[in-house]
Design a protein around this ligand. Structure first.
Ligand SMILES: [Zn+2]
Length: 118
């Protein structure tokens, strides 16, 4: 993806720094799920701003890896708040931070309630 990365100065025009917590807020367009988006340099393909920020400021993203947020702010593109992980790491992180909304049989509250009744 390195060839497609937007020019760093153009990318930086959509970043607000100096916020509380050290987040760098992406002020460009957002995806439906609230993540920052930007266009690839030549093709115009939509890229995730956090992935672009990681490649611009940290380094290449190995195949199959996701760029996760330590700050849980989807609009954040601070290289200090981004880290590499797998999809499983992301799920574990969601559970650890209480972002996951368990449903059905995997919902501990429901299992507890069922046990209590029987
Ligand atoms: Zn952040």
């Amino acid at each position: 993806m390195t060839d497609e990365l937007p020019h760093p100065e153009i990318f930086a025009q959509h970043v607000r720094v100096g916020l509380r917590g050290g987040c760098w807020l992406w002020t460009g367009s957002l995806s439906d799920d609230g993540y920052g988006c930007t266009g690839a340099r030549y093709t115009g393909t939509t890229l995730r701003a956090n992935r672009v920020a990681y490649e611009l400021y940290v380094g290449p993203i190995p195949p199959g890896k996701q760029v996760l947020h330590s700050c849980d702010n989807r609009k954040c593109v601070s290289p200090e708040h981004l880290f590499l992980g797998t999809l499983q790491d992301n799920m574990d992180d969601m559970w650890a931070k209480g972002r996951a909304r368990p449903r059905g049989k995997s919902n501990p509250k429901r299992i507890y309630r069922r046990k209590k009744l029987s």
